[in-house]
Design a protein around this ligand. Structure first.
Ligand SMILES: Nc1ncnc2c1ncn2[C@@H]1O[C@H](COP(=O)(O)OP(=O)(O)OP(=O)(O)O)[C@@H](O)[C@H]1O
Ligand SMILES: C=C(C)CCOP(=O)(O)O
Length: 260
């Protein structure tokens, strides 16, 4: 892909676009607000700016995966169960695509189970994503089931896909939009910058809701392993992130040793 294009990888968190504590329930209001904000931004964009959207599982993926005992570390060889989890993620992907289309965004689905493999490191081929970007589409991919070396199928977090795509395609901006305004300290104040995992290890937890991929601690670990600066923020700051590339908590630096 030509390096003259600026690329943003944005994750819409499952906590944001679903009611994570209610099985398979889309948060239509938040989803529509996010899509409207993205639509406004893309409407103002010069042609050379490109966007990839990744979404999480929320009450679609995590509930299904937990019921079947599948997580990012616990695999299953039950094809019916793995298909059910993948199917639930497809329903949520359809809702996200619909919301984006409603706001004039030329979004197309990319289903990870069909293209990715967890063979030690994640293998996520990008030919289809790059072709979509080249043709002016917005690829929309998501956390999913992935076939994992010697484990059957495990759960691939959208956060891992963000990092993989950002690294492979050399993203300029990386953002995770969730329900929290950033990484919070013990007093619930937003920590503006994180440079090492140890800086924030004591305040990091999982997710308040059912979550099989590790919640906030996993996000920070993953983003620290990325060369590009990344941001974690809430919906109110989505517009600022899209326009300026920073919002909420900025995670910077290549803290690879501590990120594994
Ligand atoms: N120090 C912290 N600061 C902010 N949130 C934290 C912290 N520690 C744990 N959390 C939890 O992390 C959650 C966000 O992670 P979660 O994985 O639910 O987000 P998401 O990406 O929107 O959802 P999904 O994983 O379904 O895509 C918050 O709702 C909060 O419960
Ligand atoms: C639980 C499934 C299937 C996807 C998890 O993706 P995440 O919500 O980004 O961690």
């Amino acid at each position: 892909m030509s390096t003259t294009h600026s690329l943003t990888v944005l994750k819409l968190g499952g906590s944001l676009i679903t009611h994570k504590d209610q099985r398979e329930t889309v948060d239509w209001n938040s989803l529509d607000r996010a899509c409207a904000t993205i639509g406004t931004f893309l409407g103002d964009l010069p042609d050379e700016h490109r966007l990839i959207i990744v979404h999480g599982g929320g009450s679609f993926g995590h509930h299904n995966a937990a019921e079947h005992g599948v997580s990012s570390t616990e695999g299953s060889t039950d094809a019916r169960a793995l298909t059910a989890i993948h199917h639930a993620m497809g329903e949520l992907n359809g809702a996200v695509l619909g919301g984006l289309h409603d706001h004039g965004i030329d979004a197309l689905p990319v289903r990870p189970l069909s293209v990715a493999a967890q063979d030690g490191p994640l293998q996520f081929p990008t030919a289809s994503v790059e072709a979509m970007l080249d043709e002016g589409f917005v690829p929309v991919t998501h956390g999913d089931v992935v076939v994992d070396d010697r484990k059957g199928g495990t759960i691939l977090s959208g956060d891992d896909i963000v990092v993989s795509l950002a690294r492979t395609l050399g993203a300029d901006r990386v953002g995770l939009c969730s329900t929290v305004p950033g990484v919070l300290d013990d007093d619930d104040a937003v920590i503006s910058q994180v440079d090492t995992y140890d800086d924030v290890a004591s305040v990091l937890g999982g997710s308040d809701a059912t979550d099989v991929t590790g919640g906030m601690a996993h996000k920070v670990r993953q983003l620290l392993a990325l060369d590009a600066a990344a941001a974690i923020f809430a919906l109110d700051d989505l517009s600022q992130f899209l326009e300026h590339g920073t919002a909420g908590t900025v995670i910077s630096g290549h803290d690879e040793e501590r990120s594994h």
